[in-house]
Design a protein around this ligand. Sequence first.
Ligand code: PRP
Length: 222
Amino acid sequence: MSTNKTVIALPKGRILEEALPMLTHAGIEPEDSFFDSKDRKLHFGCKNRDDVELIRVRSFDVATYVAFGAADLGIAGRDVILEFDYPGLYAPIDLGIGPCRMVVAALDEHADEDITAWSHIRVATKYPEIAKRYFASRGIQAECIKLSGAMELAPVLGLCKRIVDLVSSGDTLRANGLKEIEHIADISAHLVVNRIAFKTKNEAMTDFITKFREAVDAPPSA
Ligand code: PRP
């Protein structure tokens, strides 16, 4: 990939839709095929400039592409940033998109159990590192079973006593007889920048950071 270009990693899905006005504010107008979900291309140009390339990847992978310098900057959830804890990643701006929370949840009937004396707990999660760190901070060793989705089923079917997952409305927990019992972190999407690119392409990176910050601070109608 050419080094005089800025490569931006963007997540697929809802976060991307909410980020579009911010991209416009930052002077990034993706080519039309970027918006065509049937297009199998993953690598795009911009309509208005040729110094920016866009890649469209899974939200979990944005942080990895940016941390290893395959992309210079991107938009990643704080859940993913916390999970990987990459030293090469700088997250200068909370974009306020996709607000939700990372929680510990359990079946209603297990929600009042006092686990403080436990030395070990089995946890189903998409976020094993966050879960391990959280329970370790409470002196409990978490045995994490990694799942990719539908975490709420795991306690219902007896796979574990706790799950660590994202909660927004709480509907999914309620619908499966689960209760939120501990709050781990507030989550939203952040602008992430590769630390080396921040040094070697400082002018371009600083310009993008300034524009994204302006977009966050702009009134909603602007
Ligand atoms: C997330 C999360 C919960 C759900 C919470 O899953 O893992 O399952 O949303 O939202 P709620 O509190 O508003 O019900 P997502 O829809 O991203 O799908 P996933 O199961 O594939 O992770």
